[in-house]
Ligand binder design. Structure first.
Ligand code: ZN
Length: 162
């Protein structure tokens, strides 16, 4: 495994639409492993493949309950509403308020090519939406309400970046 360089907002690759994964080969497995390592090294809660320069529909998420790997994820259902601060590893040091569904249901493939359905609430629902948006070239800064703010790192406050 290796960490990869995280692309930042001025990089055009973050604005492109990712292609679905066809065959889950060695390259995709290595990509998943490297993305998880990169996310953990950056203290993020999620990472999408275009953030490491690969235009494939691959996402990793860990909001504190273990690693979730999603290949070709699709949001099947969403409900409720939550408003909260969001950040992104590709927009370092910034955060902004984004309204997201509070509950989402996602279908994806795992690394063995098996289809599964996973549900998320709260922060996990937010992470699913944020990361799947990345696969379509959408950044949270497109959706932010009001101004982006500088993150003030406070010992008592946990900041999540995706
Ligand atoms: Zn992001």
């Amino acid at each position: 495994m290796a960490t990869r360089i995280i692309r930042t907002y001025e990089d055009d690759i973050l604005r492109k639409k990712c292609k679905p994964v066809g065959e889950i080969n060695e390259r995709i497995i290595t990509l998943l492993d490297d993305m998880a390592e990169t996310m953990y090294a950056a203290n993020g809660v999620g990472l999408a493949a275009p953030q490491v320069g690969t235009l494939r529909r691959v996402v990793v998420i860990d909001v504190g309950n273990g690693l979730i790997e999603l290949i070709n994820p699709v949001i099947l259902e969403s409900s409720g509403m939550q408003e909260g601060n969001e950040g992104c590893l590709s927009v370092p040091g910034k955060q902004g308020v984004v309204t997201r569904p509070d509950h989402v249901r996602v279908e994806a493939l795992n690394r063995d090519g098996e289809k599964f359905i996973i549900e998320g609430e709260g922060l996990l629902a937010r992470a699913f939406c944020h990361e799947i948006d990345h696969l379509d070239g959408i950044l949270y800064t497109d959706l932010v309400e009001g101004e982006l703010e500088d993150i003030e790192y406070d010992e008592d406050e946990e900041v999540t970046e995706e």
